[in-house]
Design a protein around this ligand. Structure first.
Ligand code: SIN
Ligand code: MN
Length: 313
């Protein structure tokens, strides 16, 4: 069953403001252009997600997608490959070593609505570039992200927002993300740790539960051009099928957590669950197309301590 597609545009289309301020050496925007309307907030509360078609331009997305082959070609632990294949399933933490993605991590069109929802500053909990490559991209089983963050990272509450930004066009054939609208309202649903289906361990929800949830809420799969963005609740139940099409479906997934809700346990490597809770400072709206100074602390490799669990958090 296809739920009516939710098509939110940016609240205002006004060009970037020049009102900027320097805070702690970083540029902070004072003008909140990307403000969610009351209707959008209500829609988010009801459905658990908001879809913004073509939020970023083709030109902006080109800067990002052009960087992906060199990231995927690196042999570093942040590249997780598909089971039995060299294709990259997910690349972690590119914002720590790639300039275009470091700028994306501070983009006001993405960060500001999230700060608005939580009413406080946010930090980057997780940053992934998921390949879902043509013919090779494997499934992501049905799950809620907050189940993992609670179980593994001891994140106190579901006050972290998931963001998907399409770097390729997403259609019905290349493994679009699927949601069960309204499922976020159930809180954390019982899950089992699946270590074998794919190359990446995940707390997954059994089929019987999914069938019941779908009977109630249906399934939606927001599709659109490269540059589209989805914000989705960290308890929203989601999954994606494999990609048997000849088209890649590369998307960036960012998880931004309210600073007061930072994780309490460092069981997973830092490149998967970040331990730096410094609030994100937004760059100006044109940051993907212009040169701005961003820190790239892992440019010459990931520090040894960030590769390992740190159990005494
Ligand atoms: C995820 O749930 O983290 C990824 C899903 C996808 O790439 O389709
Ligand atoms: Mn997920």
């Amino acid at each position: 069953m296809e739920h009516p597609e939710c098509i939110f545009q940016r609240h205002t289309q006004t060009p970037a403001s020049s009102i900027i301020q320097m805070v702690g050496g970083e540029t902070l925007l004072e003008d909140h252009r990307m403000k969610l309307s009351r209707e959008q907030i209500e829609q988010f509360e009801n459905d658990g997600y908001l879809f913004f078609p073509s939020l970023f331009t083709r030109e902006e997305i080109r800067v990002l997608i052009d960087e992906v082959p060199s990231l995927y070609a690196q042999s570093r632990p942040e590249n997780v490959r598909e089971k039995g294949s060299d294709a990259v399933r997910t690349n972690f933490a590119a914002h720590m070593y790639s300039r275009p993605f470091a700028k994306l991590a501070r983009h006001p069109r993405m960060v500001e609505p999230i700060m608005q929802v939580f009413g406080e500053e946010v930090y980057m909990h997780q940053f992934k570039i998921n390949g879902k490559m043509a013919f090779e991209g494997d499934v992501w089983q049905w799950h809620q992200d907050y189940a993992t963050w609670k179980n593994d990272d001891l994140m106190p509450e579901a006050r972290a927002m998931n963001v998907a930004i399409f770097l390729d066009d997403v259609n019905e054939f290349n493994g679009p993300l699927m949601f069960i609208p309204g499922s976020h309202k159930l809180g954390v649903v019982e899950a089992e740790h699946d270590l074998s289906t794919t190359s990446y361990p995940l707390w997954t929800i059994n089929h019987e539960t999914i069938a019941k949830l779908v009977e109630r809420g249906g399934i939606v799969a927001p599709k659109g051009t490269a540059g589209s963005m989805i914000l989705f609740h960290s308890c929203l139940v989601h999954a994606s099928g494999s990609n048997l099409s000849p088209w890649n479906r590369i998307s960036v997934y960012l998880s931004l957590c309210a600073v007061s809700n930072h994780i309490r346990r460092f069981k997973r490597p830092e490149y998967i669950a970040h331990r730096d809770f410094t609030p994100l400072r937004c760059l100006p709206d044109d940051c993907l197309l212009k040169d701005y100074d961003v820190p790239l602390p892992w440019k010459d490799g990931t520090p040894e301590e960030s590769l390992k669990p740190l159990l005494a958090a």
